[in-house]
Design a protein around this ligand. Structure first.
Ligand SMILES: Cc1cc2nc3c(=O)[nH]c(=O)nc-3n(C[C@H](O)[C@H](O)[C@H](O)COP(=O)(O)OP(=O)(O)OC[C@H]3O[C@@H](n4cnc5c(N)ncnc54)[C@H](O)[C@@H]3O)c2cc1C
Ligand code: FES
Ligand code: FES
Length: 1359
């Protein structure tokens, strides 16, 4: 074979040398790190390049220049063979328990920037790499202790990394703390200085040395590279006879593809990022790869007078760098505009860690071969790029346009390079160059493909006669709107060329554009895409058109324009975090860092998939049904490489005699593990494919062909309407059905006005914990099993597994160390994976691990309950509501799960206002969908939105500020007791009024609302809205066990029933233990906190562990711990007294040593059961959100969020604040961004990071102020604390309400009354309300209408 092929791969991982021979060339770097090395810090979150959990640093060494370059990469996409002679650093390589933690890890810990910790290693790597790359820049030396990074770059440092827990703000703070221009006082709560400290100093922070202080490229590897006989071409050294080929010339490439081994299963790659893209992901295993990155012609960068030639294998990041450098060096600003805008736009393509390995040529090939919504093809088309291609022996230069129009290419065509012309203004002809690019995408900083993108280029000159601008040489490129590939709108170009720009000409252009931009059949949001494209063309043309007024600021900008730099959207995130400290139970109440947090940052914290695979371990992946209701006739597999890897398929027939087909259970009933013989919903498990590795199992599961039969079955019930038609309901036990209040007919009769039945709908939400469902089952002697499960309810997992296998509960030990996020999704929904793994292990007598791939997890697991609500409301002219009647249909899916509780939680939240009288009819519908389950603030979230939709509707009809209607309908203490008879508490604890008033005044709500009115009056195309929402959230603590044991050396171990899912339960338990045992001394005991170790939940060690959910597990676990500590104190006190008679200063060590000698039982167990009085209580809070919408694209910018939350006496204000902020941002996801889309069978199809957009750092409020109130002592609550995990999520409904306000302003501006409402101000706005809906509600045709009216005026003025 001509192309180089050597036996082994050599690289460094965290400074250690690795030599690998004979590896499967399809192995990803992540898979290798996690399965073949001791390093487990690099996590798998999506496998699609879409989350950042797997980010590592890759360093390359150039022996010619003796330079090292470092960049981040998504190790889930990077092929192992492509890192030959590279150095890889994972978070363990930055710091660890043995060598000490790195400043990045320590600051992430100290700024409380890690909760479940699953995203933290990836965050650390992104931040670290940004720091060292900034440090390498030519910027001036920063002050000692700082990096050269700028505050404005902090968010961008990790813009592609997702975190589902924190809400990002503390991560921004941790990153900003390194920035040379930071004002340390602006940073939020941390452990390094006290809030009262007015002049924090960098020396108080864990020290950072310029350059990062980590050797990123070890000397031994440099020497090896230098001494390699092939050192002139080290990058190109190939590896593996197993099937990895690395041609070093075009000739070698063609020899390879012309050779005998070439077939469809051979993959040609550069960055291999295509494997992250749904639709183009590998459908089968590949055994042979041709890496073309080493062909010199593909890596050249040639600067010419006329432009730039960029090799096709150059990465997108490198291309951005080249273009930026060129802008800096080109003297004419006009001349560089094209390069600058291209670079800006490319900075929004994918994520930094994808751009660093993704090649520009690979992107264009994707655009050419498939209908991939490429940005790069569109903007380069707009910029007039020319490509150089090799087709076997022939080399051709053709325009990108011609290239895109060719039939899809095969591997005989090699894209060599892309030429970007250097466009300049022609001053001799008095023309100036115009170039703009735009993209409408769900996230501003990228990490989301566009709905539509465009690039417009032209030369403008003034027509002296008419004194108007005229355009020539126009190139109008549009892509991603549902087209085979990007196109030029030639008819529009021709139409505009040479014409004086007037409103009617622009209108004509737009009408022509509508005929040109026609999304393909099946494209989502077709009208939106066309309308956004129209908006972009209008944005481009209108500033050039004299007769179009330019009210307010710039119209809209896809790529940030320098003129826009004062725009608030470009401001870095800022925040204020206030806590009122509580010293009563020290160290309880102190904002100490999270237990084990450095371990989370350094990747040493062990999650289920980090437990080393036992010998002979096998791996499983579910096969699921794609039909809603059908008999499963047969399961077979396509003939493929992946199918050859199948070891077994486990299904219902493998359930042992005496066992049950059970996969989940709760009070209201069971759910089967497998659909057998009928698949009852799309997404139901039908079996488990078993293979030698997780990837083989995942890939094999894709090969399944299931034959279904529907004869004899009625059609599936998919919607709540169909459930009503078929009376398909789950019963709600009468004791759980919420109680009505007052007489609604009377209330309606008293009303001055009525709004008749009005609809609002709330869709489902997927949990998107960063760690998907996972379990490891290990069979043991005598038919026993140990199952490691990432679960919020190990106790019930144990019983489901035992019932499935038909063995006593005592034979099943379920262990949960920690979970990488839960949000309710690992309560009942975790059982299925644990049970399936257990069944497979039981059958095969081998350990079996299952770590669901993200797409499968999304399809199978379900989520929040969708609700369809109708409200009828009666109210007085002053806004006082006299009666509310609700009709609610809750889609519960196939099994009851916890759904019969949802009516209660919805109504509990609806009751936050005094409706006068309240009645309702609630149906919990049984449908053929995945079972819906508890998700953070289940029911309450939906109830709160419904309540506020009613308030806002009343306010809009009355044309008054919604807050006045809110306040009119706030509860008095008397009405509170009426609505919440079991939980209202004492009058003194009803703090909502004071919270609301405090928030309104501290956030200057009234002034801001006024200035928003003015803003809206003077801005046509951008509108703002503000809203303030109150919160009442009822919680009910449950019983919980705890055991505290003191070892002979004085160290303490604590076991509690609750599991650590990121909510800080262990931290609070640690604090409570130190406080409670310290009570033996009047001033507490020093150093107890550090002695406390919290153990994992283990269902055989500590029984009755219960469910971790409902925000109260931390406090009940603390209460049990407190009780156990009190027992120990009772036993230790007499010993201490005796010792103190001999010596005044008795230390903890002396006490324990003596107690041990005296055979005192140093282990105490308790089972805390909440008393009648402490059983239920109410939480209060309020939130204000202010936002801006771009009427042309529907893009939403959250300008500010202000929260006040009553935490009682917070057990740990840092933990509570983190919960509050994190849940608020998660709520924003539900109300605005996250689209849970199903197909006609009910199968979730937005099942990837590409389609399902949880909030990323670029969407959080630009200013975010949160305040934790510590209200008074309360004897009935655990150390006077209150819950914090869920309630604040509800406050995010203020974003939805503010959005409605902004849309209302837009509709009024354009007198728009479409949608299901009757007037501009009244319209139905469902949940979620993403930008596509915003645009729809603002009007898809407002630009056309607006231009029509201007054209009429133009004609009139001419007449
Ligand atoms: C998470 C994520 C987000 C993304 N977001 C965006 C986005 O917002 N906008 C956007 O435009 N793109 C986006 N992309 C696409 C990304 O830009 C491309 O995946 C990438 O550029 C492809 O380059 P690669 O080197 O990884 O190609 P590979 O994956 O290695 O190859 C892709 C295909 O091109 C072929 N190929 C590659 N180079 C050549 C060549 N020179 N000649 C012939 N054939 C070749 C390969 O055989 C293969 O078929 C995203 C990708 C990911 C993973
Ligand atoms: S796991 Fe690689 S980006 Fe998500
Ligand atoms: S801490 Fe970021 S995902 Fe949990």
């Amino acid at each position: 074979m001509a192309a180089a092929a050597v036996d082994k791969l050599v690289f460094a991982l965290n400074g250690r040398r690795y030599e690998v021979a004979g590896a499967d060339p399809s192995t990803r770097l992540l898979e290798f790190i996690r399965t073949q090395t001791p390093f487990k810090g690099t996590k798998l979150g999506c496998g699609e390049g879409g989350c950042g959990a797997c980010v590592v640093l890759i360093a390359k060494y150039n022996p010619k220049t003796d330079k090292v370059t470092e960049f981040t990469a998504s190790s889930c996409l990077t092929l192992l063979y492509s890192i030959n002679f590279c150095s890889v650093i994972t978070t363990e390589g930055l710091g660890n328990t043995q060598d000490g933690f790195h400043a990045v890890q320590k600051r992430m810990s100290g700024f409380h920037a890690s909760q479940c910790g699953f995203c933290t290693p990836g965050m650390c790597m992104s931040i670290f790499t940004s720091l060292i790359n900034a440090d390498k820049s030519k910027r001036p030396e920063p002050p000692k202790g700082f990096s050269k990074l700028k505050v404005s770059e902090a968010e961008k440092a990790f813009s592609g990394n997702l975190c589902r827990c924190t809400g990002y703000r503390p991560i921004v703070d941790a990153c900003k703390s390194f920035a040379s221009d930071v004002d340390l006082e602006d940073l939020g709560l941390n452990i390094f200085w006290k809030r009262s400290d007015k002049n924090p100093d960098v020396s108080e922070l864990p020290s950072y040395s310029l350059g990062g202080g980590v050797c990123t490229f070890p000397d031994f590897l440099k020497s090896e590279i230098k001494s390699s006989h092939d050192h002139l071409n080290v990058d190109c050294i190939a590896a593996s006879r197993e099937g990895w080929y690395h041609p070093r010339s075009i000739k070698e490439y063609y020899e390879l593809i012309g050779s005998y081994f070439f077939s469809d299963t051979v993959k040609v790659v550069v960055g291999n990022t295509i494997t992250g893209i749904p639709g183009y992901k590998d459908q089968d295993l590949c055994y042979k790869y041709i890496d073309i990155g080493g062909i010199p012609e593909l890596s050249n960068i040639v600067k010419k007078e006329s432009g730039f030639e960029i090799g096709a294998a150059i990465t997108i990041s490198k291309t951005i760098e080249i273009l930026k450098q060129e802008c800096e060096s080109v003297s004419s600003a006009n001349g560089s505009v094209v390069f600058r805008k291209l670079a800006d736009h490319m900075s929004k393509v994918a994520t930094p860690f994808v751009r660093n390995t993704a090649s520009i040529g690979g992107n264009i090939i994707l655009a050419q071969k498939y209908p991939f919504p490429s940005d790069i093809a569109t903007i380069l088309l707009g910029a007039g790029a020319i490509v150089c291609v090799q087709v076997i022996a022939e080399q051709r230069q053709i325009t990108l346009e011609e290239f895109l129009e060719q039939p899809p290419l095969d591997p005989t065509t090699l894209l060599l390079s892309i030429f970007i012309p250097n466009w300049i203004s022609d001053y001799q002809k008095d023309t100036s160059l115009l170039f703009e690019t735009y993209r409408a995408a769900p996230r501003p900083l990228g990490n989301a493909v566009s709905y539509v993108n465009c690039a417009f280029l032209g030369h403008a000159s003034v027509d002296q006669q008419s004194d108007t601008l005229v355009l020539r040489n126009l190139r109008l490129a549009f892509g991603a709107y549902g087209t085979e590939h990007a196109i030029r709108a030639k008819k529009v170009e021709e139409f505009l060329t040479g014409k004086s720009l007037t409103a009617s000409v622009v209108l004509g252009a737009i009408q022509l554009l509508r005929d040109t931009i026609v999304p393909m059949e099946g494209t989502s949001h077709p009208e939106y895409r066309v309308s956004a494209a129209v908006g972009f063309l209008f944005s481009f043309l209108s500033p050039l058109t004299k007769s179009i007024p330019q009210p307010g600021k710039a119209l809209t900008s896809g790529s940030a324009d320098s003129a826009d730099t004062d725009d608030v959207r470009n401001h870095p995130v800022s925040s204020r975090r206030e806590i009122i400290p509580n010293d009563d139970y020290k160290p309880v109440g102190e904002p100490i860092k999270k237990y084990d947090v450095e371990l989370q940052a350094s990747g040493e914290a062990v999650y289920v998939d980090d437990i080393p695979a036992p010998k002979n371990c096998l791996y499983g992946e579910f096969i699921y049904s794609t039909q809603a209701l059908a008999y499963v006739k047969c399961i077979k597999f396509r003939s493929s490489l992946a199918s050859e890897r199948i070891i077994d398929v486990v299904s219902a027939k493998d359930i042992p005699i005496g066992g049950e087909n059970i996969g989940s259970t709760f009070t209201f009933g069971d759910e089967p593990l497998f659909g057998d013989p009928i698949a009852a919903y799309a997404g139901q498990a039908l079996g488990v494919v078993i293979a030698e590795t997780q990837r083989y199992a995942d890939m094999a599961a894709k090969q399944v062909i299931v034959e279904y039969e529907t004869e004899g079955l009625s059609p599936p019930i998919l919607t709540v309407e169909e459930a009503v038609e078929n009376s398909s309901y789950f019963e709600v036990p009468p004791e759980l059905y919420p109680k009505e209040v007052g007489d609604v007919s009377k209330g309606m009769a008293e009303a001055d006005h009525k709004i008749p039945s009005t609809e609002v709908r709330l869709a489902s939400e997927y949990y998107f914990y960063m760690e998907t469902q996972t379990a490891l089952a290990i069979p043991d002697e005598d038919n026993t099993l140990v199952v490691y499960s990432s679960s919020q309810y190990p106790e019930l997992a144990q019983s489901v597994i035992a019932r499935c296998l038909g063995i006593p509960f005592s034979k099943v030990r379920v262990i949960t160390r920690r979970a990488g996020g839960g949000f309710g999704g690992k309560a009942f929904r975790s059982f299925q994976v644990a049970t399936a793994a257990a069944l497979c292990a039981y059958k095969l007598r081998r350990p079996v691990r299952m770590y669901l791939n993200r797409n499968t997890d999304m399809v199978m697991i379900g989520g929040r309950h969708p609700v369809k609500a109708h409200y009828s409301v009666g109210y007085k002219s002053d806004g006082k509501i006299t009666a509310l009647h609700l009709e609610l249909l809750i889609n519960a899916g196939i099994s009851p799960d916890a759904s019969p509780q949802i009516p209660g939680t919805i109504m509990s939240s609806v009751k936050k206002y005094n409706w006068g009288a309240l009645s309702f009819d609630i149906k919990v519908c049984k449908t053929n969908n995945t079972s819906k389950s508890v998700m953070r603030a289940p029911g309450d979230t939906q109830g709160s939105l419904i309540a506020d939709a009613v308030i806002e509707h009343v306010a809009s009809v009355l044309s008054v500020d919604a807050n006045s209607v809110r306040e009119k309908n706030f509860h008095t203490y008397d009405s509170l007791q009426l609505y919440y008879p079991d939980s209202a508490g004492e009058a003194s604890t009803y703090t909502l009024h004071s919270i609301f008033d405090r928030l309104v005044s501290t956030s200057s709500y009234v002034d801001r609302a006024e200035s928003i009115k003015q803003y809206n009056n003077s801005n046509k195309w951008r509108k703002r809205g503000i809203s303030c929402v109150p919160l009442i959230f009822r919680v009910e603590p449950r019983a919980a066990p705890g055991r505290v044991s003191v070892l002979n050396d004085g160290s303490i171990v604590v076991e509690v029933g609750g599991t650590e899912i990121g909510q800080g339960l262990w931290t609070k338990v640690q604090q409570v233990t130190a406080f409670a045992l310290g009570k033996l001394w009047p001033d507490g005991a020093d150093g107890l906190l550090e002695r406390v170790r919290i153990l994992q939940a283990d269902t055989l060690n500590l029984i009755q562990g219960g469910l971790t959910a409902g925000s109260t597990t931390s406090e009940s676990s603390c209460a049990a711990t407190l009780q156990a500590c009190n027992m120990l104190i009772d036993r230790l006190k007499p010993v201490l007294d005796r010792l103190q008679q001999q010596s005044e200063n008795v230390s903890w060590d002396t006490l324990i040593s003596q107690a041990s000698k005296e055979n005192v039982n140093l282990s105490a167990s308790a089972y805390w059961v909440p008393g009648q009085e402490s059983n239920k209580y109410l939480n209060y809070g309020a939130g204000i959100s202010e936002l801006e919408i771009d009427v042309l694209t529907g893009a939403i910018t959250l300008l500010r969020g202000d929260l006040v939350y009553d935490c009682g006496k917070s057990l740990n204000p840092a933990v509570d604040l983190g919960q509050i902020e994190g849940s608020f941002i998660q709520g924003i996801g539900f109300f605005i961004y996250e689209e849970y889309i199903t197909n006609s069978e009910g199968l979730m199809i937005s099942n990837s990071t590409w389609d399902y957009k949880i909030p990323s750092v670029d969407i959080i409020p630009k200013q975010f102020n949160a305040e934790v109130l510590n209200t008074g002592y309360h004897k009935n609550r655990v150390l006077s604390s209150k819950a914090s995990g869920e309630p604040a999520l509800i406050l995010a409904s203020s974003v939805h309400c503010a959005l409605r306000e902004a849309i209302r302003a837009a509709r009024k501006e354009f007198a728009y009354s479409a949608g299901s409402g009757t007037s501009p101000s009244e319209f139905q706005m469902d949940v979620p309300a993403p930008m596509t809906l915003v645009k729809e509600l603002c009007g898809f045709d407002i630009v056309d209408k607006y231009l029509e009216s201007l054209s009429t005026q133009e004609r009139a003025s001419l007449a």
